[in-house]
Design a protein around this ligand. Structure first.
Ligand code: CTP
Length: 408
């Protein structure tokens, strides 16, 4: 099922000071031709490479650069907050190494950076620079950080560079950039307005007021899923166990819980009207049958630790899933991974299971990366390479997005 090719209506186009800026009048034309309203914001350095007059003429709006415009006897304030709110999409093309560094570190010495810091809309960037600059660890780190924070990149492409060298660093050609942007936005649009329930992190099962039984889950995978779903336009209910993570997005409503029983109450309450539920939490399978009200003292001797099973939230949802609801579980396995995961998917009536193998280095609890296999109800298995948890989250949502109906 293909995603519709649509551009958002209002595009804030940030142009920074690289040689590829000479292609931006063509980019403005392509965006306008595709039906977008384009507001250009140039950095001061971009003026060396492209004429603001040409950009203003083609976009039919004054191209802006300064936070404060000074005319003879007048001063005008270009309100970055208003510009950022106006935009449905911020596209920075070309994005130079300098601008990427500023974005990664929140520096704000020009109107474009003030818009970027204020923007809550999706942000795309088309990097362009010489190959050594692109390969430099500082640039790599800035790109990785921005990716983690939800910025999407188009290009750069391989080819001849302005320096005369050949390699990766060319800005994607304007027409191609517009079609890649349309495709990416189309993929995102299936998530617009969808209600997504995500459980994340471990649970802590109290033995007494100071001791608990827990596990090593960091919650990073679930939080990456929540941020990615929100970035695609979904409304996310995040039920989080005790983790040291933030989910700073206005479309994420977070409920903090501690124990498996609390997680079950919160998640079950939110299941009824969700379109997609992704249960990535590492819920304790057992909890102490009795929790001491006061701290157990050593001198009383070793306490008998009787355990009782917790409720299986995922199985509960599998038993009540309605037509059109999509249910995703996680399986962390060490032996017979594929068979065990398929068994879990069948028993709990899931639509998709994300199999984590603890045998893969860099995968599972605590790591920044993960290596998973996605298995659907027809036993189709897609084995993904070792990727950052953000990239794994994108792959999981892309996979679910194939079967979700589009927003009306
Ligand atoms: N899960 C849940 N509620 C529980 C236990 C697990 O919702 N009480 C969910 C997890 O969020 C995950 C999946 O079920 O999506 C994991 O399945 P589970 O059978 O618990 O896996 P394991 O704990 O690894 O079980 P086993 O020991 O059988 O491998």
């Amino acid at each position: 099922m293909g995603a519709p090719s649509v551009l958002p209506r209002r595009i804030l186009l940030g142009i920074t000071g690289g040689i590829a800026a000479y292609k931006t009048p063509q980019l403005v034309r392509a965006l306008v031709k595709a039906g977008a309203e384009v507001q250009v914001v140039l950095t001061p350095a971009a003026h060396e490479f492209v004429s603001p007059l040409v950009l203003s003429t083609l976009s039919r709006r004054p191209a802006l650069t300064e936070l404060v415009e000074r005319g003879p006897g007048s001063m005008t304030w270009n309100d970055h907050v208003h510009l950022a709110r106006w935009a449905d999409l911020l596209l920075i093309a070309p994005a130079t190494a300098e601008t990427l560094a500023k974005m990664a570190h929140g520096l704000c010495d020009n109107l474009l950076m003030a818009c970027w810091l204020s923007a809550e809309c999706p942000v795309y960037a088309a990097p362009a620079m010489d190959l050594e600059m692109y390969r430099n660890p500082a640039t790599r780190a800035n790109l990785a950080l921005l990716k983690e924070r939800g910025v999407r990149f188009i290009g750069p492409e391989e080819g001849e560079l302005a320096s005369g060298l050949s390699g990766k660093g060319r800005m994607t050609e304007p027409d191609d950039l517009v079609s890649q942007l349309k495709q990416a936005m189309g993929e995102a649009s299936v998530w617009a307005g969808k209600k997504v329930l995500i459980t994340a992190g471990p649970t802590h099962e109290a033995i007494d007021p100071v001791r608990f039984i827990g596990n090593r889950s960091s919650g990073k995978m679930g939080f990456a899923l929540a941020l990615e779903a929100a970035a695609r336009g979904a409304l996310v209910e995040l039920v989080a166990g005790p983790v040291a993570l933030e989910a700073p997005h206005p479309a994420i409503r977070r409920t903090n819980v501690v124990s498996a029983a609390q997680m079950a109450i919160a998640a079950k309450e939110r299941f009824g009207d969700c379109d997609v539920a992704i249960l990535s939490a590492a819920v304790a399978d057992w909890t102490p049958a009795r929790k001491a009200d006061s701290k157990l003292k050593k001198e009383q001797g070793m306490p008998p630790l009787e355990l009782e099973p917790t409720e299986d939230i995922l199985a509960w949802m599998g038993g009540r899933k309605k037509e059109g609801q999509f249910l995703v579980g996680f399986a962390l396995e060490t032996d017979n991974e594929r068979v065990n995961a398929e068994g879990k998917l069948r028993r709990k009536n899931l639509d998709l299971i994300v199999l984590n193998s603890l045998n893969d280095p860099g995968a599972g609890f605590g790591h920044e990366t993960n290596k998973v296999t996605l298995i659907d109800a027809d036993k189709n298995a897609e084995e993904l390479p070792l990727m950052s948890k953000t990239e794994v989250a994108r792959a999981i949502l892309d996979r679910i997005g194939i079967v979700l109906p589009h927003a009306k």
